[in-house]
Design a protein around this ligand. Structure first.
Ligand SMILES: [Zn+2]
Ligand SMILES: [Zn+2]
Length: 201
């Protein structure tokens, strides 16, 4: 991928999602894959067969499929997967280890992102884009080892306020300080820290 194409993807991801732009980029790839399956994939018996044998999509991606697909492809996918799993359960067959193909798309996107960031780690345009948005902890941990110290410092310092807010919540639970009101940002800090942990699944 050219640097320009990568910058463009990052910029679009940032505009599309309020949260971590790299999560947004991965989610976007998975969404495009699911859209493809919902449009044509359900008419492809070998592909459906493979999907079913993998146990279908994880719960998060099953929900996303249903949210973006029409009723018919959703019913086809779910009849396949639910029917297969119920049949196996009735036979007392132990379930295969599930493997979500949409998670796999996200995983591949993550590897490609990490590779692009490593390749362009000294480029100011990349630093600017990363610093303009927020990154979740898994993505910070992914990109930080490749970034120059100054950029790393700025990315991490952006979360200092959150740590301060959490520390204030803890401090204000001390009996000596319970009279001090907890601010709105402090109340929201636990939720913000959870968001920083990244998406599940
Ligand atoms: Zn992320
Ligand atoms: Zn998944």
């Amino acid at each position: 991928m050219t640097p320009e194409a990568f910058w463009h993807q990052l910029r679009v991801a940032r505009e599309r999602d309020a949260g971590c732009s790299l999560c947004g980029l991965e989610r976007y790839q998975a969404r495009r894959y699911l859209e493809g399956i919902s449009n044509d994939g359900v008419n492809d018996p070998p592909l459906r067969d493979r999907l079913v044998r993998q146990g279908g999509y994880c719960v998060r991606h099953s929900r996303e499929f249903v949210a973006l697909a029409l009723l018919l492809p959703s019913a086809i996918l779910l009849e396949d997967v639910v029917g297969y799993r119920l049949r196996h359960a009735r036979q007392g067959v132990r379930a295969n280890k599930r493997h979500c193909a949409a998670c796999e798309v996200e995983h591949k996107a993550r590897t490609a992102i990490a590779k692009s960031i490593r390749r362009h780690r000294h480029e100011a345009a990349l630093h600017e884009l990363l610093l303009a948005g927020t990154l979740c902890l898994p993505h910070l941990e992914l990109v930080c080892p490749d970034l120059p110290e100054l950029v790393r410092k700025k990315l991490i310092d952006a979360h200092q306020e959150l740590l301060n807010d959490l520390a204030e919540v803890i401090r204000k639970h001390d009996y000596r300080f319970t009279h001090e009101p907890i601010s709105a940002a402090e109340s929201a800090s636990v939720k913000a820290a959870l968001a920083l942990l990244g998406r599940d699944g």
